[in-house]
Write a protein that binds this ligand. Sequence first.
Ligand SMILES: C[S@@+](CC[C@H](N)C(=O)[O-])C[C@H]1O[C@@H](n2cnc3c(N)ncnc32)[C@H](O)[C@@H]1O
Length: 192
Amino acid sequence: MKKAVFVIEHLEPELWDWCIIEYKHISQMVGKEQVWFTNIKKEDIHKLAPFGKVTEQSVKELGLKDACILDPEAPETLTPLAAKEFTYFVFGGILGDHPPKKRTEEELTCFLKDIRAFDIGKEQMSTDNAVFVTKEIIEGKNLSNLKFQDSLEIEIDEIESTILPFRYTLVQGKPLISEELVRFIKKRDKVE
Ligand SMILES: C[S@@+](CC[C@H](N)C(=O)[O-])C[C@H]1O[C@@H](n2cnc3c(N)ncnc32)[C@H](O)[C@@H]1O
């Protein structure tokens, strides 16, 4: 059986630190050999090289066969059986927005008309959570067997907190988030 490749099409105007931390987390979860980062500016390639294959080319130019897109607006839901048909699983490297702006559909799915698109539920997940859930489905779990938490509160200090209004997978009862990202958010949002 061919190993799945997780293709992250970066669609933010810059390679923000938040994106780098999420992309590193993806690489840690699925393995560096299984990740491609596409649509990366030449000057940023070295920042992601430790975490996977990196290219300036957009996934839209690669002509991938055996590929599907993960898009919350897709008409069908990914199942373990459907996942068997594909090698490449394409995700939007898009930070969450609230309410969701359907950027995956408008900036990715619309341009790849020959490729099937699937959702993994209708709630918006971070790209790293979406990759994790897709990996679980590829490995045979149905979406209905996974547990989720909608919205995550990060305590900044005794008084302040930041709410992330997205869906998080529960792994051993805990929401899946990179510890590095939690440290980054705490530092960023601390009022001096
Ligand atoms: C933070 S989401 C981007 C959401 C963006 N607000 C939108 O409306 O498309 C980042 C990526 O994770 C994947 N993703 C997140 N939630 C998903 C879902 N429920 N179904 C399918 N893919 C999802 C998609 O590939 C998406 O581009």
